[in-house]
Design a protein around this ligand. Structure first.
Ligand code: F58
Length: 833
């Protein structure tokens, strides 16, 4: 049995040489908290509010990261170091305090220090308002990647937007989702450092003019209608037990001048303020959609704004390193996190050609060598495209540049495949099949040297469906990088029980090297003592979640029941309503034979619906309506419970994944690009019930088919069925249990007799069912029955749970980042010792 590293063990004696600002002994930390409480918060222990304490603790931690931070900034200046630049409209970082303590290795000391001040660390952690600067998987992936980049010692900057309001907070009232503004900055953000001197102008609108410069060169000038200023805010991303940090640099928009004094002086106060308001609006709010918003100028303005600031900043850094503009691609590898930052292709061309006077061909080479694009969706309707009139009125110069890129690209296409005009039309960056659109995935693909999907199946389907023509043209650009999640946040921080059992058993190297280390617990599967401890940890995680659910919803759930959990954005393709059909089926089974012996289950749901997505909101109402009936029915008492955990976010997620017995990954095959929740569950010992979709396929391969509950049609079968002509009603008519469940929903059985409420949902299933719930229903029910019988054999279940964790090494985001480094960016992370 290995011992915990000594660094994390608490000591109350300050080392004599310790500095109160950087020392990590309990005494130094305590002093630092008191100093910050007084000097930064202007408070004293007797009068300090929870936020005063939280801020004082956070600043004490931040001070301990400053040396690393300064080093990171000087790294940026080192011309020998190639930087990874991760461009993402979303970074869903989650609460910082716990993570930074963990990564710095001072959790135990801090726990002791705050205890001496009369506080519980867990309480302090709970006071942190998390920055919800993302919608879901894509934003959280960016955050996991930042953790891995730092921990692998890859110098990197994450560039994004400092939204004033992040993803809305969700409340449930009368079973419906109600959205509340997320005022995450209200009490201050101790982690960021504002860099007012890091400011870039960003143009919008107006027109362009051609002219000849003094050397008689043909040039284009952009005369904007409006200019905003981007100010950088830096947050240090701590590496796990490495004395380095990476930077998250988020841009806030401001007015170039706070007032138009001329307008102000002639009495047009409103015009004067207007400019300021427009500028500040750009980074006001995150769009809460899980599909792109077509036709929203502000959304395009956000994308262009952060991309322009980021590229200007990179060029500025490259200059500071003494680099000539011709070698820009040697300083930076830019990763486009989906198409939201793909305007970067045109913006880098603009900066190189218009501002740095480079010839087109050289600029194009640099752009392609710099950029790489990650696709996160197979849903054709989710591929981003902008109406050309909107696009060209906001970005007139980029429209010209995109036309030029397209013109040259299509010439190449025609050269290779003369006469195939349809192919040319399909490949064009401009969709001209009806109203004109700019296809952002095409822009990103043409301007990048690598294009990747996020799971093996997804990458394969990309080349066969939505990006097929691009793949046929550029086969060598395509590759797969399966997503991963950070074991620091998703095991070490959120599942301390499991983490300490792992560390006690195999040492703590798994935290830094999950890929190769975690397998070492596999032999322990045969150790009854280990299995008992494993079971106890899960049981205690379930109790912890049960009490939170009681506190937040009033619903009492039994930690001895099977915890069956589905947490993710609410979307028809993710099929939360298939899960509900199973609940109703079980309910009916018990009602018909109340005496039968069934495995008690608690169904837990969580997730936000896009505010304008009617069907998703109706699914939330359905879950809560079914919960209301089931939870108060004495016939099923002790056997079925349903709870909707409100406001699923990173902080709440910490309590959810470690408490699951079953992880629901039940999307229609071929629709979920990867999924990352599926990885978090399985890493925490839940078994998956899932379709062959996204990364489920690879999870099943890794953990073994015998440790995974598979059901449903494959992506190919889904396709075939659709081609053949899918008739959902035939399933309804031939399956009495399914019919009964759907009839109950539509007759008002779960809605106090209101037969109208769920009609849109049931009608949609019977008449269209685009995500094939009815086709997969029976297979799902049968599979759930296998889950229940497996759960009866607790000993075997625990074995399967252990094997799931032992074999999840592949899904560490460290592995993904190594692949990005090797196969896309050509950056060498420091080798693991
Ligand atoms: C998700 N996409 C995929 N988009 O759905 C999921 O399968 C994958 O695991 C994850 O990315 C990471 O690769 C996703 O979360 C968004 O939230 C976008 C937000 C902005 C508008 C468009 C969707």
């Amino acid at each position: 049995m290995a011992k915990k590293s000594g660094k994390d063990s608490a000591s109350t004696v300050a080392e004599p040489y310790e500095n109160a600002r950087t020392g990590t002994s309990v005494a130094s930390l305590k002093q630092a908290i008191l100093d910050n409480l007084y000097y930064v918060q202007g408070s004293l222990p007797e009068i300090a509010s929870p936020n005063d304490w939280y801020m004082a603790v956070a600043y004490a931690v931040r001070d301990r990261m400053v040396a690393h931070f300064v080093r990171a900034r000087s790294n940026l200046r080192d011309p020998k170091v190639k930087l990874a630049s991760y461009l993402s409209a979303e970074f869903l970082m989650g609460p910082y305090l716990g993570n930074n303590l963990l990564n710095l290795g001072i959790t135990d000391q801090m726990r002791a220090a705050v205890k001496e001040l009369g506080l519980e660390l867990d309480e302090v952690l709970a006071w942190e308002e998390e920055p919800g600067l993302g919608n879901g998987g894509l934003g959280r992936l960016a955050a996991c990647y930042m953790d891995s980049l730092a921990s692998l010692n890859v110098p990197a900057i994450g560039y994004g937007i400092r939204y004033e309001f992040g993803i809305f907070e969700q409340e449930i009232r009368d079973g419906w989702q109600v959205e509340k503004t997320d005022k995450w900055l209200r009490l201050g953000n101790p982690w960021e450092i504002c860099r007012p001197e890091l400011a870039y102008d960003v143009n919008f609108g107006g027109h362009t003019e051609s002219f000849r410069d003094e050397k008689s060169r043909h040039r284009v000038r952009w005369v904007p209608q409006h200019v905003a200023k981007g100010i950088g805010y830096d947050t240090a991303v701590a590496a796990y037990r490495n004395d380095i940090v990476d930077l998250l640099r988020l841009w806030k928009s401001e007015a170039v001048e706070s007032f138009d004094f001329q307008a102000f002086n002639v009495g047009d106060y409103y015009k004067a303020v207007n400019e300021k308001v427009i500028s500040e609006t750009v980074t006001k709010v995150l769009y809460p959609n899980d599909e792109p918003e077509i036709g929203k100028t502000l959304r395009l303005a956000q994308q262009y704004f952060f991309v322009s600031c980021s590229l200007q900043d990179m060029i500025h850094l490259h200059r500071l390193r003494g680099g000539s503009i011709e070698t820009f691609h040697e300083s930076f590898a830019v990763q486009l996190n989906d198409t939201h930052p793909s305007i970067a292709v045109a913006e880098l061309m603009r900066l190189l050609v218009d501002e740095h006077l480079m010839d087109w061909d050289s600029a194009w080479k640099i752009t392609q060598q710099t950029m790489a694009y990650t696709n996160h969706t197979l849903l054709p309707e989710a591929l981003e495209k902008w109406p050309l009139p909107l696009f060209s009125s906001l970005l007139p110069r980029h429209t010209q540049i995109i036309y030029e890129i397209n013109h040259r690209f299509l010439d190449e296409v025609r050269l290779r495949d003369p006469g195939d005009d349809e192919r040319v039309a399909r490949l064009s960056i401009i969709d001209e099949s009806g109203d004109k659109y700019v296809r952002m995935a095409h822009l990103a693909s043409v301007g990048s040297h690598r294009i990747n999907g996020v799971a093996a199946l997804h990458s394969d389907l990309l080349t066969k469906t939505v990006l097929k023509d691009l793949y046929d043209f550029y086969p060598d650009r395509f590759l797969n990088v399966t997503n991963g999640v950070t074991p620091r946040r998703w095991i070490a921080l959120s599942n301390p029980g499991l983490a300490s059992l792992l560390t006690k058993t195999i040492g703590d190297a798994w935290i830094k090297n999950l890929q190769y280390e975690i397998r070492r617990i596999e032999p322990l599967v045969d150790d009854p003592g280990f299995r008992t401890e494993w079971g106890k940890i899960k049981r205690s995680n379930k109790s912890r979640l049960a009490s939170i659910i009681k506190e937040r919803t009033g619903i009492a759930v039994d930690p001895n029941s099977l915890f069956d959990i589905q947490v993710k954005r609410i979307h028809e393709y993710k099929r939360q309503h298939l899960n509900v059909l199973h609940i109703i089926t079980l309910y009916n089974r018990i009602k018909k034979a109340p005496g039968q012996d069934i495995v008690p289950r608690t169904f837990i749901f969580g997730g936000k619906a896009a505010p304008g997505y009617f069907m998703a909101k109706l699914i939330i109402k359905l879950i809560n309506s079914v919960a209301e009936v089931v939870n108060k029915d004495s016939d099923v008492a002790g056997r079925l419970k349903v709870a909707f955990f409100p406001d699923f976010n990173v902080k709440n997620a910490h309590h959810v994944y470690p408490a699951a017995d079953i992880s629901e990954q039940i999307s229609t095959a071929g629709k979920e690009a990867s999924g990352t929740g599926n990885m978090k569950f399985s890493m925490n010992g839940a078994l998956t019930i899932g379709t062959l979709d996204g990364a489920n396929v690879e999870i099943r391969e890794e953990v073994g088919p015998e440790n995974f509950f598979l059901f449903g049609l494959t992506a190919e079968e889904v396709q075939d069925l659709k081609v053949k002509g899918y008739d959902p009603r035939s399933y309804y008519e031939s399956n009495p249990l399914l019919r009964e469940a759907l009839d109950q929903i539509s007759s008002g059985h779960f809605s106090h007799g209101d037969a109208e409420l769920f009609k849109p949902l049931v009608d949609n299933l019977l008449d269209h069912d685009p995500f094939l719930l009815l086709a997969d229903y029976q297979s799902y029910i049968d599979c759930q029955d296998r889950v229940s019988s497996a759960y009866r054999d607790q000993d075997h279940w625990v074995r399967m749970s252990i094997l799931n964790v032992a074999r999840m090494g592949k899904f560490s985001s460290d592995r993904s980042i190594r692949e990005y480094c090797d196969n896309i960016w050509n950056i060498k992370p420091v080798k693991m010792k």
